[in-house]
Design a protein around this ligand. Sequence first.
Ligand code: MN
Length: 275
Amino acid sequence: MGQRHRRILISNDDGINSPGLFALAEAMAGIGHVTVVAPERERSAVGRSITLHKPLRAQRVDVDVPGEAVEAYVSNGTPSDCVVLGCLDLVGETPDIVIGGVNRGGNFGEDILYSGTVSVAMEGVIMGLPAFAISVASLPMGTSLPPDPDYALAARFARALAERIFEHGLPPDSFLNVNVPALPGHRINGVAITRFGRMRYRERLDKRRDPRGGTYYWLAGEPELDGAPEGTDIAAVMAGTISITPAHMNLTNPIPSAQLNALVPEASAYHVAGS
Ligand code: MN
């Protein structure tokens, strides 16, 4: 496939004005034609949500990326909606790859079940396309990213990864989840293939009182990072390493059938007498 004909679809969950999105678009424009379809506002943690009960819109917007290789659209939809709009209409033909990011903040372990960025890659998989998600993660872990992190390094890494995927392909139904430590390039300690760790949050619910005496809540919480086992995405980024976690969307758990069969109720427990 000639590189001029590569079609790259990019979306995110931080919204169309995110610097990470355009760092990625700019890097990818060097290796193909880029279509950006991104939410009009921040949709972080909307997960796999799609829009079924109102019209979806997508409007062409001008982007400040050199050359003519980036076409961008802003949508009222979720990240997953944006991928569907891109794949089935806006790109104009089937994309060769779908990329989510570059997200502001890491996506580790159970985060991926909430992440809109990762949902972009998952929607790409549903469309039958190679896909990955890429995020910049703060270090030390659990701290906030600086207000203006440098997304260019993650974007360059994404471009190099996309080139490898064009060359070698990804197995069907697979995607990659990439976390890049927010460090200067000379402090990044290589690349590791990892598995998902456990991303647990301490004190997730902050209960407060508003000025009129009503109760409100913030979902908050500090990540619990103690003892992230070797080989996990969390441990890799804590060590300053870029983490690539291979993933699929089949959540089936291979619990031994003997153990599961013991959990299946007898017919007498749910058959109503006389029915
Ligand atoms: Mn986000």
